[in-house]
Design a binder for this molecule. Sequence first.
Ligand code: COA
Length: 141
Amino acid sequence: MRIRPATAEDVAAVLELDRRLFGSDAWSEQSVREELTGPRRSAVVACDPAVLGYAVTASAGDVVDLQRVAVRPEHRRRGLAHELLAAALEHSEADRVLLEVAGVNAPALAFYAAEGFTEVHRRQRYYRDGSDAVVMERALR
Ligand SMILES: CC(C)(COP(=O)(O)OP(=O)(O)OC[C@H]1O[C@@H](n2cnc3c(N)ncnc32)[C@H](O)[C@@H]1OP(=O)(O)O)[C@@H](O)C(=O)NCCC(=O)NCCS
């Protein structure tokens, strides 16, 4: 397994995995292409050589947003998301990382807490299913 920068050649594999993991909230093919190769993005994939997971950040001045981190279910709890997040943030010059996650997404909340993120804001009933959006933050340096 290795982690490397994502390229346009990863669009199909990431699209397939994103649809499997996020269902009706999945990115469109155009969004995947923009997230993997667009300006101000840092996108990495873990591969063996099939894509096992991916992470994307978007920088905006002193803040960098974590757009996605996702790992194939059969490859979880092996530190892959930890490595993907570190790789996506490696060259960031931001002061802090922000993300938004559904309050019902227990695995992601546990992962972000383990990564040192803390809740800074909660948007009540933000999602279509009535669940809250939790905004979390972590200092970068
Ligand atoms: C959240 C997600 C990315 C974590 O991926 P992962 O590769 O399993 O995470 P890691 O192995 O790096 O976990 C690091 C630590 O986070 C915590 N953690 C991760 N998943 C957890 C879970 N399901 N329950 C409790 N703690 C968890 C643990 O402390 C873990 O360390 P440990 O395994 O030594 O106990 C993965 O569950 C996933 O892809 N979920 C679906 C997509 C998603 O919701 N992404 C987030 C929103 S964009």
